[in-house]
Design a protein around this ligand. Sequence first.
Ligand code: IMP
Length: 197
Amino acid sequence: MSKNKKKISSIVIASHNPGKIREMLPFIKKLNTKIYLAKDFKLKEPKEDGSNFIENALKKSRYVNNKTKKISIADDSGLVIPSLQGKPGIFSSRWAGKEKNFDRAMKKVNNLLYKKKTNAYYISVLAISWNKKKEKIFIGKIFGNLIWPPRGNLGFGYDSIFIPKGYNKTFGELSNKIKNNISHRVMAFKKLLNFLN
Ligand code: IMP
């Protein structure tokens, strides 16, 4: 796509997660194109049964591209805790259960850590799919430390227990403006925009 630099007429965000959509929109708006959400086409989220972030991101973007015939962008992301063998990883969302209860998911992390201080990182894999079989992925990461108890409610997911490296506030306490400058998703988006422009 980048080599033939065609004007992009529309893009579908292949996500149902309001926190992710909120963070993705400012970047996609820079493309000056019509933006749709998967829910505008009444599409459900495909089952995330891949064994890693890349497989899951591609599964989501391919599904929406196939159904809508429009360029689609999906994010598969999560919190990775090396001292817990990479948990929750691709199960980050599933640890919050059907009710998406992240207080419970964060407690689960804290219980497994037994008050041990540890580092962690967030990873975002963005997948873009077009013309059915064409696709590309972009990866961003941000490293930091986990704290307990949770602090701040400005973010989503595990943000209230994650302090990015070089800061003393959690992602739940830092403004959207700051998070949108340094986050894993932003790092991946910068690569994606570079590819599209
Ligand atoms: P999925 O990509 O839909 O499987 O969900 C990713 C999950 O990872 C989210 O539901 C959150 O639990 C977690 N996650 C990913 N990115 C972030 C973030 O920026 N802040 C907080 N939690 C995140």
